[in-house]
Design a protein around this ligand. Sequence first.
Ligand SMILES: NC(=O)C1=CN([C@@H]2O[C@H](COP(=O)(O)OP(=O)(O)OC[C@H]3O[C@@H](n4cnc5c(N)ncnc54)[C@H](OP(=O)(O)O)[C@@H]3O)[C@@H](O)[C@H]2O)C=CC1
Ligand SMILES: O=C1OC[C@@H](O)[C@H](O)[C@H]1O
Length: 366
Amino acid sequence: MTSAFELKWGILGCGGIATTFTKDILIDTASRDVTDVKHVVVAAGTSSSLDRAKKFLTDCGVPEGTAAAYGSYEALVQDPNVDIIYVATPHSHHFPHVLLALNAGKHVLCEKPFTVNAEQARILFDIAKQKNLFLMEAVWTRFFPLSTEVRELVASGKIGEVKRVLADLSFMNDAENVFPPEHRMVNMDLAGGALLDLGIYALTWVFQILYHLDKDAKTPKVVGHVQKYELTGCDETTTVICQFPRATGIAMTSFRISSDIDEKGAAGPAMRIYGTKGEIQVAHPAFRPGKYRVILPEGAGEWVVKEQVGGGMYYQADASARTIRDGKIECETMPWKETISVMEVMDEMRKQADMPYPEAIESTKH
Ligand SMILES: NC(=O)C1=CN([C@@H]2O[C@H](COP(=O)(O)OP(=O)(O)OC[C@H]3O[C@@H](n4cnc5c(N)ncnc54)[C@H](OP(=O)(O)O)[C@@H]3O)[C@@H](O)[C@H]2O)C=CC1
Ligand SMILES: O=C1OC[C@@H](O)[C@H](O)[C@H]1O
């Protein structure tokens, strides 16, 4: 038996999602029947203090003495032991932080949304190409076995030709349902707003069906509506209609209402994929899909429930490892042109809503 390919991770930014991701990739791969790749966390870096990086490693359960802690991102990316950097800073900082890692010769997995705008994304992919380094947006949703199964079902023609995809991620993840102006969810200096933070998952469902499965797909025309958050001027409730040549994608998002307010599914499915012969429904939440069902004229199938150990952020890490192991720099589940296309849709929606971010974070200077 050949041994598993080992990928050595450096974590850039020790905040909320970095903790979830790091704990997830430390889960034994055997628990998900994976034997060809494995993950080791060898370093973490923070912009705040060395102690924070040390505490982060301990809190995540990284075995003592197996990982280096750094008090700056610059020092982290220079660690020769690191193969790949996971960028987990606010959206506003993805562009400079991915650049920093690529320029240090590291592969990169960067949190969603990949950048603030499409032009920044194009620049980063060009640099990754020049340097022959792996680069991917961490849209973890696409890598769940459920997403793969739904894409395969659609591709098999089970529900006929898809004419419409309706997807909603509305999610009130603040206890008071009102974010203070400095919170990254609403702070324009950190590229806040529902569209970039949550709407990207509704767009992921639209795109993984209407764009990913169509080899000739191009960025759709866009119309939509944005309601703004009084305190900061970011978007709080947004609907984007993507006009593909033969189908319509409707992506909805909000941080003031919920797709599933009782969290028990009383509201019905959050994603509906409408085909000429049937429909596939997927339950909330869009980012971590747990169950789906197929409805045909003869009746509705049972809900197919997919559970996983931990949060499921490791599926994208496994895909990153396999891509790098195979000597490739672009993962076919999340191709570069698709990340750029989603960014173009969000750029267009923000343009129509007159919602630019500050010049400093829209900047493409590098
Ligand atoms: N895939 C998913 O399910 C999720 C993805 N995300 C994405 O991850 C990214 C980070 O989100 P999240 O972890 O919730 O954010 P947090 O605020 O919890 O953490 C962000 C970290 O980034 C670092 N940082 C660097 N510069 C700044 C700055 N100017 N302001 C604030 N923090 C800064 C800090 O780490 P340090 O002090 O160590 O340098 C901070 O802890 C976002 O892009 C978000 O979209 C978020 C949640 C879920
Ligand atoms: O990516 C995300 O998914 C879960 C949400 O709670 C979070 O705000 C968002 O960044």
